[in-house]
Ligand binder design. Sequence first.
Ligand code: PMP
Length: 291
Amino acid sequence: MKIFIDGEFYPEAEAKISVFDHGLLYGDGVFEGIRAYNNRVFKLSEHIDRLYDSAKAILLEIPYTKEELSEAVVETCRQNGMKNGYVRLVITRGPGYLGLSPDRCKKPTVIIIAALLELYPKEFYENGLAVITAPTTRTNPAALNPAIKSLNYLNNIMAKVEGSLAGVHEVIMLNSEGLVAECSGDNIFVIKNGVMRTPPIYMGALGGITRQTIVDLADQIGVPFQEQPMTRYDLFVSDEMFLTGTGAEVIPVVKVDGRSIGDGSVGEKTKQFMTAYSELTQTDGPVILSE
Ligand code: PMP
């Protein structure tokens, strides 16, 4: 595997960064998780735009133009001969010294890793996931806004661990008001009486690229859509539920906190979104290897 660090490609064993990098010391940085399908980098420009927004929000200046960084992502796939897989793009504050202030971090570190990804087992796409509400709430946007895809993922990790301890693969996270925000690494949608809903980003969610793709597909599928604050009650009484994320794609949920969603089977509209999404993945984004 060849890994991009600051403009050079390194074999995996030699891909190293400083122990004084504030990405490591403080989780000070931003990242993206991107997929390649069918020799194309899916939704690349959307991921690049979100990365630059995350960086801007934390006053981190990315030392490349969007065009240069996009090309570096495609080139990393090319160097690894990867036509289908996962790309992790990481920008850290860079090496500085001990101490919180990024003043002495003169040069952000740019890392691009192209690798294969472990998805949820196939049976969950066929039969649906069971999830729980995590005891840990999502970070308050006034403290650290979940809309920023920062390297500071401890909040999500703790919730994910709580899920694992309870025997589930994903967890729903509430905000500090007790309203539904998102999941540890996915956004959440419900369908009730034919209307699709997801919580607004200001509830404490990441503006998911997959979330937006599903909203864009709603017209085509013929499902009215609303962003709406939700309580756990709204989840329990929904007819269908699914989660969205770059890694998970669209995954059905059939149980929340022990309550069956709808009749406990994967929803019909959910299946349509799964199919429409997987079709779209085959045709979007810049080509990796010209044939
Ligand atoms: N929420 C969180 C907390 C995430 O980390 C992610 C990405 N894994 C998502 C939602 C989904 O976002 P996207 O569709 O852009 O992958």
